[in-house]
Design a protein around this ligand. Structure first.
Ligand code: ADP
Ligand code: MG
Length: 696
């Protein structure tokens, strides 16, 4: 194939060594084109850069050994089939041991030359040293040259082996023309990046550690740079090209509501509201992320912003991730704003189920008979038409994607202001990647008078004592939550040690809490019933609420001061932190008791961390380290291209560099053209995933 005919968008089938069958198998790894194969990066590497003479093998150290086999022997014990053989090179001999691979007996013969990567260990059966931790080995054909170097290890799927990928990618790299640079030369020079073509080749077959590091850095940089350019473009389109609505300075209504608040705002709340008010008064559309740990009081800031929108003749919408939370905000707003003649509506599943109610609510929204509408994702249905939407707030944003928040802003002719609120303390890298199009306000302070929540980890044998304590607290007038990881007992036996919510409820309400009003709430209970239970819990009629994580986000019942979390090892740190945030909202002392039988390992360490800190940021960083970024993204809702090389946790520095670079490129006169052209060129050369970069 000639130079000019090579196309990255061609089917992977045409790469030498692939063909139709392997191409079919590769589809399972989302590899369709040559470019997909090129960017099927190794998940790791094995170092075969030097052959270790057998005489110099060190115990417990990995080596690469090449030699001939003799004395091949198969032994069977009750559980194991063990092959041993002697490997000899010019420096000496050593035993090699394979476990449970008796099929090798057919392949290994006296005199077979092999290359083996493994560790030297003591074989106590034979009382000799033996290479028995074998990472990989290959039988060498007579006269075959040993190829040394750092070898890639690829993510595989059934029917495809490492050597298929190694060969195919090698062939692809040999056949492809040099990859064109995409970055401006000035950035490459300033940041000392290696050429893209070199990086693409070195990431697969690195010459050495240093080259690999540089290749990773270059490719990570490119991924983050493209995302940053995309996000900045969204931001610019939102703020500079479109005109937003312009509010007046705070007037009588805002002031009256402000004065009627039952508490004084904290400095952080006040500062955030002032910033928000300023954003709203500017003619550019507001795009702001309010980040504040659970219980820091974000709702009241949101409410004041909504009142400001109403004062200026607009409607405001507030979107919550769960039914329970939407209803809670609704009740709260009605109570606080009803007296001022502000008309609040609720659009939730309960309302939308009945056609009559639904039509009525839609009409009131369309006719501006509601000033503020609170709802779940029901708010972004196509049929919902606002008369004059001026402000959109999404609460607990991590449940919604970029696309959804874009969708709600499109509900209005002018560009409405937008606030996104999240209680998940998102690490800085994540904020810049996922929310790079937003300005950020932080509410760090907690409202005054809060007592720290006492957290303790207990094992299952202490359960009785735990619930006796809970009972005492209830008799003192408090309320309590019990959270379980599952609704019902699962079919799978592996989860049998878990006590699901339904069974805990039976056990507790008939046993130790007999005579005390208990209730059960979970995702399968119908919305109307859920509302009723939450209302009764809120009013203090229900004392003990057994639930699943449906209460995780946002629920606010200050009199509930005890939370017991069953099988706590089943939850992630951020999730435990959110759950714990349901208590400690009033002035009474609060308790969070984590019940778990994990005494050691990662799970126990996680729970210990919960005991020792209440710092949501610290817990989130830790969680990111332990469980990866998926939990923050949701199922790739971010609508941005995948990060294949870049790691939002490890590559903070690269991210900041990429952001600065994107800023400097886009701020030049033809920055926009540069990016637009780049995007088109990439899409043309490599496929349409690049056309999506700025369409999030
Ligand atoms: P979150 O930020 O987790 O959404 P909320 O807005 O639900 O927190 O507020 C938590 C609780 O703190 C609520 O009961 C709220 O009324 C109360 N609260 C908010 N701000 C203050 C304040 N400045 N002083 C006292 N209590 C406050
Ligand atoms: Mg909240």
């Amino acid at each position: 194939m000639s130079y000019f005919e090579f196309k990255f968008t061609d089917s992977v089938m045409y790469v030498k060594g692939v063909g139709p069958n392997r191409a079919k198998a590769m589809e399972r790894l989302n590899i369709f084109t040559k470019y997909d194969l090129l960017t099927h990066y190794p998940r790791g590497y094995e170092d075969q850069s030097e052959i270790t003479p057998i005489a110099r093998a060190q115990i417990d150290e990995q080596g690469v050994f090449v030699g001939k086999l003799s004395n091949i022997n198969l032994r069977e014990t009750s559980r194991l089939k063990i092959i041993t053989a002697i490997l000899t090179d010019s420096s000496g001999s050593v035993q090699v041991t394979w476990f449970n691979q008796e099929y090798l007996m057919k392949k290994l013969h006296n005199g077979t030359r092999i290359m083996i990567i493994g560790k030297l260990k003591f074989d106590s059966w034979n009382c000799v040293m033996s290479i028995n931790q074998i990472n990989s080995f290959a039988i060498l054909e007579p006269g075959e040259e040993i190829s040394l170097g750092i070898k890639p290890i690829y993510p595989l799927t059934a029917a495809l082996t490492q050597s298929v990928f190694r060969t195919a990618i090698r062939n692809l790299l040999d056949a492809m023309p040099p990859i064109k640079e995409i970055l401006p030369a000035s950035i490459i020079t300033r940041l000392k990046l290696i050429p893209l073509d070199t990086a693409m080749r070195q990431i697969h077959f690195p010459d050495d550690e240093q080259s690999l590091r540089l290749a990773r850095r270059r490719l990570a940089f490119d991924e983050l740079f493209l995302i940053q350019c995309g996000l900045m473009l969204i931001k610019r389109k939102n703020t500079e090209e479109k005109l937003g609505i312009t509010c007046k300075k705070n007037g009588a209504l805002v002031k009256k509501v402000f004065e009627s608040l039952p508490f004084q705002l904290t400095d952080d709340q006040l500062k955030t509201f002032k910033t928000v008010a300023k954003d709203m008064q500017s003619k550019l559309p507001m795009r702001r992320l309010i980040q504040g740990d659970v219980g820091s009081g974000k709702t009241v800031v949101a409410m004041l912003a909504l009142v400001k929108a109403v004062e200026n003749g607009y409607q405001g919408a507030m979107m919550a991730p769960t039914e329970i939370l939407a209803v809670q905000h609704y009740n709260n707003f009605v109570k606080m704003l009803g007296d001022f003649g502000i008309r609040v509506g609720l659009l939730s599943a309960k309302v939308t189920r009945s056609k009559k109610m639904r039509t009525e609510v839609y009409e009131k929204i369309a006719n501006h008979e509601f000033d503020i509408v609170v709802g779940t994702h029901a708010l972004i249905q196509d049929e919902v038409k606002f008369a004059n939407l001026g402000l959109v707030i999404t609460d607990e944003q991590h449940r919604f994607g970029v696309a959804q928040r874009a969708n709600l802003s499109q509900k209005s002719k002018a560009v409405p202001d937008m606030i996104v609120m999240t209680a998940t303390p998102i690490p800085r890298t994540m904020t810049l990647t996922v929310y790079g199009d937003l300005e950020v306000s932080l509410i760090k302070q907690m409202p005054p008078g809060r007592k720290p929540i006492k957290t303790s980890v207990k094992n299952i044998r202490q359960r009785k004592k735990v619930y006796e304590f809970v009972r005492e607290q209830i008799l003192k007038g408090r309320q309590a939550y019990v959270v379980c990881p599952l609704i019902e007992r699962s079919e799978s036996a592996t989860l049998n040690y878990i006590d699901p919510a339904t069974e805990m409820y039976e056990m507790l309400s008939r046993g130790i809490f007999k005579g005390i009003k208990c209730a059960l709430i979970h995702g399968k209970i119908n919305p109307a019933e859920k509302d009723e239970i939450m209302e009764k819990f809120h009013d203090g009629e229900i004392k003990l609420l057994v639930s699943t994580t449906v209460i995780e986000v946002g629920v606010d019942v200050p009199n509930a001061t005890v939370m017991v979390i069953e099988n706590a090892e089943r939850f992630g740190l951020s999730q435990l932190h959110q759950l714990r945030g349901r208590v400690g909202r009033g002035s009474e002392e609060s308790f969070c008791i984590l019940i778990s039988n994990s005494k050691q390992g990662a799970a126990a360490a996680r729970l210990d961390l919960m005991e020792s800190t209440t710092d949501g940021f610290k817990l989130a960083e830790e969680d990111l380290q332990l469980r990866g970024p998926g939990q923050f993204f949701g199922e790739s809702q971010h609508g941005l291209p995948d990060l294949k090389v870049a790691n939002v946790f490890r590559d903070v520095d690269t991210l900041v560099e990429a952001r600065n670079a994107a800023e400097s490129v886009l701020s030049t006169d033809d920055g926009l053209n540069y990016f637009e052209e780049l995007r088109q060129n990439l899409a043309l050369a490599y496929g349409d995933k690049f056309s999506q970069i700025n369409q999030a």
